[in-house]
Design a protein around this ligand. Structure first.
Ligand code: BJW
Length: 240
């Protein structure tokens, strides 16, 4: 069975990482759309760096750890690794820390930086400023920016995502509000026979496209769903 999972900020909420579109939807008075765009970075790089530096420091705190949902996905993959793709919109590293292997972080990673000249990506866990040079080519004009995908930029891995979605037998979306494209449209690329499951606290604009919707916290519902799935698979194997 080919399994494709798409995760969003909701899966990390119970690990202590705030989601984007909760309550007032503002970060220190700024709308996400005002800090997560190439134009914002051009016009006010200090502010944009401040936004990502704060989030990177938060992520590095010792109490920010994968929760039961991240761990259940990693455990499930460990027994299905040949046909399992985890697409995450999250820039945190919690799926990696949990031990997931086949991960496609379509909106990049906060613990990486990218050179504005060469586009080379390097691991990065320090604060950035508009003057931080690319350490690999310090003589050139390149500066480092967070390796994240802003509005108007092309997400990573779109071809692989499309291929995986078009062949999926099971598509599971966890903790995403389904308002940001192209991620929100991946479910529509799955074949008609695909079992499409959404786990979220609330309904989303895409809920109607799913064959099953499970309302509740990811840390409870993801392990329970994957346990049920495993039981169904075991039964199926015994009857074959
Ligand atoms: C829980 C829970 C718990 C809480 N348990 N659940 C007009 C129409 C359509 C599209 C466009 C348009 N105008 C512009 C566009 C395109 C634009 C877009 O979609 N804009 C919309 C906002 C209108 N998209 C783009 O620009 C993208 N690029 C693009 O389209 O390029 C063209 C192209 C397309 C296809 C192929 C090739 C090229 C780029 C989008 C980049 C998004 N970047 C961000 C920032 C990343 C860096 C950073 O982290 O700062 O990505 S925006 C932000 O939103 C972040 C997230 O990954 C993304 C999605 O958010 P997510 O994860 O869904 O979080 P929330 O907070 O919204 O939702 C949390 C959910 O969890 C909620 O539903 C809760 O209920 C739930 N929840 N606790 C279970 N415990």
């Amino acid at each position: 069975m080919k399994v494709v999972v798409l995760t969003g900020a909701g899966i990390s909420a119970e690990s202590g990482i705030p989601t984007f579109r909760s309550a007032d939807g503002l970060w220190e008075g700024h709308r996400l759309e005002d800090v997560a765009t190439p134009i914002a970075f051009q016009q006010n790089p200090e502010l944009v760096h401040q936004f990502y530096n704060a989030r990177r420091r938060h992520l590095l705190q010792a109490h920010i750890l994968p929760n039961a949902a991240h761990i259940a996905l990693a455990d499930y993959e460990a027994t299905h690794d040949d046909d399992f793709l985890l697409i995450t919109q999250n820039v945190d590293n919690l799926h990696f820390v949990a031990g997931s292997q086949n991960i496609l972080p379509m909106h990049g990673q906060l613990m990486e930086a990218r050179c504005t000249e060469t586009n080379k990506v390097i691991p990065w866990c320090e604060d950035l400023t508009p003057h931080t040079p690319d350490p690999e080519t310090p003589s050139r004009r390149g500066r480092l920016r967070p390796n994240v995908v802003w509005f108007g930029e092309t997400p990573y891995g779109m071809e692989e995502i499309q291929r995986a979605a078009q062949n999926a037998d099971l598509f599971l979306a966890v903790g995403t509000s389904a308002v940001v494209y192209p991620a929100a449209g991946i479910v529509e690329q799955t074949p008609s026979y695909c079992r499409r499951v959404e786990i979220n606290l609330d309904a989303t604009p895409q809920s109607k496209v799913f064959t099953e919707t499970i309302r509740g916290p990811a840390s409870i519902e993801v392990p329970e769903f994957l346990q049920r799935l495993q039981t169904e698979e075991n039964k199926q194997t015994r009857s074959d």
